[in-house]
Design a protein around this ligand. Structure first.
Ligand code: CO
Length: 284
């Protein structure tokens, strides 16, 4: 058994996206800062409607997956295929852009807290042009495991085994085999979990700072983990909350131009041309 210790810390920067939504970007804050197959991680969190109300009006994606996970608030998704879904507090949406999708993501509240994450996960070359699909997962369909010392784990993607409990998330069967967990621990509590040695893994602390071995990982910060087959995270003096992400790396070249992520420059030029000509999206 080899515990995965902290290898690299990625602090987040304050930026904005969409029509002016304020957010914190860690992975993806520059194109060199990724963890294959993870391309980007944004956290948005505000009590002030001015920070989020403009939302993300119609925009395209091609070649990867976007995962939205809401902690607080309501976000409406609509796409060019006529799909529409309301994400409420605790809901997740797993969207496979594939060949292309044009969609909007708009807050459905004029006050109160909007808080959540958007994660971009790359697709292998052979799946980049498959038809777009998406899954909305309401909060009650995300399984929660209560830990022995007061903490809890929500399992959004993948399968975990802790003690004698197996928890199977609604998101399964993807070729990068992603694991996506939202974990809360009480002060002094420990969380350990086997993760396949072949997978890349990181932690994102969003409440409090967590301990990974001897190291501390600050709030709003990504901790990329070393190789190994176990993770072990501690809450020290305060309660903490963090995401655990792991997936099989693709080891393929990446060429990104904004919302298009392909393997070659030619494919990016094709995506731009297709978007201009109205041919980005999958034919219904
Ligand atoms: Co989008």
């Amino acid at each position: 058994m080899a515990i995965r210790v902290l290898k690299q810390v990625v602090t987040s920067i304050a930026t904005s996206d969409g029509a002016g939504v304020k957010l914190l970007r860690s992975l993806g804050k520059s194109q060199e800062i990724r963890l294959d197959p993870f391309l980007m991680l944004d956290e948005f969190s505000s009590m002030n409607a001015d920070d989020y109300i403009a939302g993300f009006p119609d925009h395209p994606h091609r070649g990867f997956e976007t995962v939205t996970y809401m902690l607080d608030g309501n976000m409406l998704h609509q796409d060019h295929l006529g799909n529409k879904g309301l994400l409420t507090s605790g809901a997740a949406q797993w969207m496979t852009a594939g060949r292309g999708i044009i969609h909007s993501e708009m807050p459905q509240q004029e006050s109160g807290r909007l808080r959540g994450f958007q994660l971009w996960i790359n697709l292998p070359a052979k799946e980049k042009m498959k038809p777009a699909t998406y899954q909305d997962i309401p909060p009650e369909q995300i399984p929660t495991l209560n830990l022995a010392n007061g903490g809890r784990v929500k399992v959004i993607a993948g399968t975990i085994q802790i003690d004698n409990h197996t928890v199977v998330a609604p998101i399964q069967g993807l070729s990068t085999e992603p694991l996506f967990l939202d974990v809360q621990l009480r002060a002094g509590e420990r969380f350990a979990l086997p993760i396949p040695e072949s997978h890349n893994a990181f932690i994102y602390a969003y409440e409090g700072s967590v301990k990974i071995g001897e190291d501390s990982l600050a709030t709003h910060t990504v901790g990329i983990l070393c190789e190994g087959d176990m993770i072990e995270i501690y809450a020290d003096k305060t309660d903490v909350a963090f995401l655990v992400l792991a997936a099989r790396p693709l080891n393929e070249p990446i060429v990104q131009y904004g919302p298009f992520v392909m393997n070659t420059r030619e494919e990016i030029e094709q995506a731009i041309a297709d978007y201009r000509n109205g041919e980005l999206v999958s034919k219904p």
